[in-house]
Design a protein around this ligand. Structure first.
Ligand code: G6P
Length: 371
């Protein structure tokens, strides 16, 4: 009913609006007496300290949350982090031992490939930490440690609030490891946590641009394809934006690392093709920012319709942006939490305009419990 959907036409739109709350609830209680704490920990602090390699395994949007987290976890812990699709990981022969931490990220906690990846890891004595949105699901039950996301039930098949909560939870895992290893001083961990705690308000601010994005969605709804470009943490955001559009609008969409533009994707640019560009901060990542500005000018010169997600007040992109969507300035590693939101809204609105059921896209299931 409309009431269940909080007055929205679709659960997904309600869930997009619940993202500030999902983030706040996921962070709550995880920093106490100056320490990051997990929900369940069946391994010793020493075991955490001894971790010398991290794998993140997941499927779908959860996999993209892992790709985002890699930047933060490597930066904070100086541990090598590999992010892998669970369906690939479980059939490879990954190099694991008791000092490997496998982080299994799953909203449902029941995804067949992720569960089998967990079993595969444990057979080889790796430690497994689950990031999960469902209390007592199979994946957390079979893991050595658990951090629950508290996004609340997600009804829309395409993940939104669970995805943002996964990013936050993965970051807490990174901070817990940094704390255990001493690669960050306690006051630095406290500062990172405080920055995370400021994100619900930043996401709330992005939600005020929803009408502008919906209007844009209606105007580009009959496009044949949409490309997404990003760099650094903006690259997985581009992948997630493209996935949302495929899932919901059945439109051809691809996310690319902007640095690869000249190695292929630029050949796809033709007159009127919408290209969404996720900009880094002009202050936080000045070098990457200027490279992306030249990418946008190149694709615009070749006829692309540029849709630019940029930090508020970023004047340098304005001349190259056919459409400009502004997001608040936040620390670089946290940017995916704000820049993903307009892409969710865009995909939902394009799907709606094309007459599709945003909550129940064809051929897809909320939880893939068979291979
Ligand atoms: C399905 C859903 C996606 C989700 C993926 C992984 O494909 O449609 O939204 O990201 O499964 O699900 P999980 O429950 O493991 O996070």
């Amino acid at each position: 009913s409309a009431a269940e959907k909080g007055g929205h036409e679709y659960f997904m739109l309600k869930e997009i609006e619940e993202q500030p709350e999902a983030l706040a609830n996921t962070l709550r209680g995880h920093f106490e007496s100056g320490r990051i704490i997990l929900d369940e920990q069946r391994i010793s602090d020493q075991d955490l300290r001894d971790v010398d390699k991290v794998f993140v395994v997941a499927c779908g949007s959860a996999y993209h949350s892992g790709l985002v987290a890699k930047y933060a976890i490597e930066h904070w812990t100086r541990l090598p982090v590999e992010v892998e699709l669970a369906s690939e990981f479980r059939y490879r022969d990954p190099v694991l031992d008791r000092d490997t931490l496998v982080v299994a990220v799953s909203q449902s906690g029941e995804t067949a490939d992720t569960l089998e990846a967990v079993r595969h890891a444990r057979e080889q004595k790796a430690r497994v930490l689950a990031v999960c949105n469902t209390n007592g699901a199979q994946i957390p039950r079979e893991s050595d440690a658990v951090l629950y996301t508290h996004a609340g039930p997600e009804i829309g098949v395409a993940s939104t609030k669970a995805f943002l909560a996964q990013i936050a939870a993965n970051y807490l895992v990174g901070l817990a490891l940094a704390q255990a290893r001493g690669t960050k001083y306690p006051d630095e961990v406290a500062r990172e946590f405080a920055e995370l705690e400021a994100m619900p308000a930043a996401v709330q601010k992005v939600l005020s641009t929803v009408d502008q994005v919906r209007d844009l969605g209606r105007r580009i709804a009959d496009s044949k394809a949409v490309l997404f470009l990003g760099r650094h943490v903006g690259f997985p955001v581009a992948l997630e934006g493209a996935l949302k559009l495929k899932e919901l609008a059945y439109m051809h969409a691809e996310g690319f690392a902007a640095g690869e533009l000249k190695h292929g994707p630029i050949a796809l640019i033709e007159d009127g093709l919408p290209v969404v560009v996720v900009m880094p901060s002009p202050k936080g990542r000045a070098v990457l920012h200027s490279k992306l500005v030249s990418n946008i000018s190149e694709i615009q010169a070749r006829g692309a319709r540029t849709i630019v997600i940029a930090e508020e007040g970023d004047e340098t992109v304005r001349p190259f942006a056919d459409e400009l969507i502004e997001v608040p300035a936040v620390p670089t590693l946290l940017q995916p939490l704000v820049s993903t939101v307009p892409l969710q809204v865009l995909a939902a609105e394009i799907a709606r305009t094309r007459g599709y059921d945003v909550d129940k896209p064809r051929n897809l299931a909320k939880s893939v419990t068979v291979e």
